[in-house]
Write a protein that binds this ligand. Structure first.
Ligand code: FEO
Length: 394
């Protein structure tokens, strides 16, 4: 990715990772970018770095704009290594004595990742830093999504450098929201669902704080994907909606299957749910990635989980999915469990226990069918779907 100017004297100098397809367990079918920003002012300032594997390309990008040795200070909005991995290399080039500004929590976490002797400078929440004609203001965004996370707001140009927030895993030829169609919103939703869903309440509070601060935001520059310049308000409104976990009349039926019996049950349950006027999505694990399923779970009112019983346990893919979903803490859902079994049939109970721990509303103790559903079994699945559909309400 070539560097490009986003405003007068402000450049995006990050890199594209075209081929990453698994980002710590999240599927990234469009690759991603690691965005970093160079501000040419009396103090030349760099906001964030990139993943370590891309350090040479990063340095080349900076060199196309300015001699990297002229960088006076670095702002680290976030310690995670996709944004800080090149920091030791960069500081070696530009001078290890130069300040690396970060949040108070970043001050604790950066030395645990990299050379403790770097000149880390902790910033107070809300503090300002003049870099010449421009002023940067810092806003702690703790646990969105790490303890160290923060935003940097550039007052004169009205740009919010938002770290992971408002990001999307997308590496492509487009750079801005006005150059790309609405499919980018799906990537933004997937990002929110898999990275930020568990911090929904904090996200909602942060959005209110930003509003109360009266920040005039002309452009939002996240550390992944395209930059929001045409209508930054639009992605803020999406975040308000997602963080409230507002749901629609939609049920995600997530399952896996050994010999297609649990699959047959899933399809009949979906029919019953649909006949109650609820959108039903039967999604099979192993064919659909858990991160895509969670994107659908975000705005679904119900999550119905199905598993065969294998060696008295859940099918491993279902167990993995439940662990992943539990960590993301979906709220306010209706849940139910089902599955085919041979001789013991523990899976349905085990799923129900997990859903109870997630505080789902459970309208039925669950449906299990021995071996292969016959006509009566199919009818039972259909009626089970109707019952769950009714519990979703109007
Ligand atoms: Fe893109 Fe939390 O790192």
């Amino acid at each position: 990715m070539k560097p490009f100017e986003i405003a007068d004297g402000i450049y995006s100098v990050g890199v594209a990772d075209w081929n990453v397809r698994n980002f710590h367990g999240y599927s990234t079918e469009k690759g991603t970018t690691y965005n970093a920003f160079l501000l040419i002012d009396e103090k030349v300032t760099l906001i964030d770095t990139v993943r370590r594997e891309f350090k040479d390309q990063f340095l080349k990008n900076i060199s196309k704009i300015i001699d990297p040795k002229k960088i006076d200070c670095v702002i680290s909005n976030h310690t995670e290594m996709d944004h800080s991995g090149s920091l030791p290399f960069l500081m070696h080039i530009i001078g290890a004595e130069k300040p690396v500004y970060c949040s108070k929590m970043g001050f604790k976490s950066l030395p645990l990742h990299f050379r403790p002797e770097l000149n880390y400078q902790a910033l107070e929440n809300g503090s300002k830093l003049s870099i010449g004609k421009r002023t940067l203001q810092f806003l702690e965004t703790r646990m969105l999504h790490w303890p160290d996370s923060m935003f940097t707001y550039l007052k004169e140009d009205k740009i919010l450098f938002s770290s992971d927030a408002f990001g999307q895993h997308y590496a492509g030829p487009k750079r801005f929201d006005d150059e790309i169609d609405d499919l980018i919103l799906h990537q933004a939703k997937k990002y929110y669902a898999n990275i930020l869903m568990l911090y929904g309440r904090k996200t909602g509070k942060l959005l209110k704080t930003v509003e109360e601060m009266g920040l005039d935001i002309k452009m939002i520059c996240p550390d992944h994907g395209i930059l929001w310049r045409k209508n930054p308000e639009r992605i803020i409104r999406k975040y308000e909606k997602w963080s409230s976990q507002e749901s629609k009349r939609k049920a995600v039926i997530v399952y896996d299957t050994m010999w297609h019996s649990t699959e047959q049950m899933a399809e009949k349950i979906a029919e019953g749910i649909s006949d109650e006027g609820v959108e039903a999505m039967p999604l099979r694990l192993g064919r659909c990635h858990r991160s895509d399923i969670m994107t659908e779970v975000l705005d679904a009112k119900a999550v119905i989980v199905g598993s065969p019983t294998l060696n008295n346990q859940l099918y491993p893919s279902v167990s993995e999915f439940l662990t992943y979903m539990k960590g993301l803490k979906p709220r306010g859902k209706v849940g139910a469990s089902f599955g085919s079994f041979g001789w013991s049939g523990e899976a349905v109970r085990l799923i129900r226990q997990e859903l109870e721990e997630m505080e789902f509303e459970i309208p039925d103790p669950g449906l299990k069918i021995k071996y292969v559903p016959d006509a009566a079994g199919n009818d039972a699945c259909y009626e089970f779907g109707r019952k769950v559909g009714k519990a979703i309400g109007k």
